[in-house]
Design a protein around this ligand. Structure first.
Ligand code: NAD
Ligand code: UDP
Length: 308
């Protein structure tokens, strides 16, 4: 197949391009390099099955493709809050442009949605049936509501125009090729520990997240896109749940060094807990994350060691 990946020069997108090429497909990658970078895909430039186009998904695009994976959107809070109006445009207009193209060329189209659609969840762990607890006017809203609106558009195009959609809700995923200045917690802690700087915990560190290693997630993407039983939404993530204090301590243990843990103010609307209910993915995809946190962290630390 010929497959379009938007946001393909980012952390997840570049791993997805690798996987699709390995599976024998042609890949067209588009990205505006807002948070992605050339070095994530530089190793693919010589591959005759890979094409890169620098393009912003807010502007329409046309490609003859069989499938579309829509990943274009900054994912880290400091980056999506840098220009919040642009973040909404990227999510909403990017979705419209992907869906319009999918309708025209009859391509199956995948949306990288997020656990953020559950906001600061009052139901724990979060099943797909939970409608969420999202502040519509806060600092995180440009991302959360942009992604929620994108889901709405996907389901409306599906109902109205029979577009063949797949919607995945991704829970915190980490691994090699995260940007060292990404700002998300795993890369922050590793980079701080490697540089011997203070490890910055926001708030008291009792808030929880569930961390999925990138290879497990990409396997889930491909399985989900390859099945015809359901269109989603489907949670993908690792149900192992950790406090940020536990993550900081584990990172320090694995990296070694003399970093101290310090506390900084908790950002507004920071969700207190998050863990995916992956019953649906287990049943439909026969999918289960395989890489435990400690092993995934070791692989990620090895990637960052040579770079910071
Ligand atoms: P990332 O920031 O590394 O990747 C996003 C990519 O999209 C970057 O390459 C960026 O340059 C590109 N991009 C941003 N705006 C664009 C635009 N207007 N036009 C074209 N390209 C644009 O983040 P990631 O972790 O790889 O996330 C990929 C997708 O997965 C995002 O949609 C994100 O919301 C979603 N997601 C990720 C996670 C996670 O834990 N990694 C969790 C939930 C959802
Ligand atoms: N966090 C932290 N220190 C950091 C970066 C993040 O304690 O240097 C916390 C953040 O407040 C949140 C959790 O780690 O509670 C996960 O943050 P991240 O930005 O990675 O993802 P999200 O909040 O979107 O799940």
């Amino acid at each position: 197949m010929r497959i379009l990946v938007t946001g393909g020069a980012g952390f997840l997108g570049s791993h997805l391009c690798d996987r699709l090429l390995k599976d024998g497909h042609e890949v067209v990658c588009i990205d505006n390099f807002f948070t992605g970078r050339k070095q994530n895909i530089a190793h693919l430039f010589e591959n005759p099955n890979f094409e890169f186009v620098r393009h912003d998904v807010v502007d329409p695009f046309k490609f003859e493709v069989d499938q579309i994976y829509n990943l274009a959107c900054p994912a880290s809070p400091p980056h999506y809050q840098f220009n919040p109006i642009k973040t909404v445009k990227t999510s909403v207009m990017g979705a419209i442009n992907c869906l319009g193209l999918a309708k025209r060329v009859k391509a199956r189209v995948f949306q990288a949605s997020t656990s953020e659609v559950y906001g600061d969840p009052a139901v724990h762990p979060q099943p797909e049936s939970y409608w969420g607890n999202v502040n519509p006017i806060g600092k995180r809203s440009c991302y959360d509501e942009g992604k929620r609106c994108a889901e709405t558009l996907f389901f409306d195009y599906h109902r109205e125009n029979h577009v063949d959609i797949r919607v995945i809700r991704i829970f915190n995923t980490y691994g090699p090729r995260m940007h060292e200045a990404d700002g998300r917690v795993v890369s922050n802690f590793i980079v701080q520990a490697l540089r011997g700087e203070d490890i910055t915990i926001y708030g008291d560190g009792q808030q929880t997240r569930s961390f999925c290693y990138v290879d497990d997630l990409i396997e889930g993407f491909v399985r989900f896109m390859g099945q015809t039983e359901i269109v989603g939404p489907m949670n993908l993530g690792n149900p192992g749940e950790f406090t940020m204090l536990q993550l900081a301590e584990l990172t320090l243990k694995l990296v070694g060094g003399k970093s101290k843990i310090v506390h900084k103010p908790l950002p507004a609307d920071d969700p207190k807990q998050r863990r995916p209910d992956i019953t649906l993915a287990r049943r439909v995809l026969k999918w289960e994350p395989r890489v435990p946190l400690e092993e995934g962290l070791q692989r990620t630390i090895a990637y960052f060691r040579g770079r910071v």
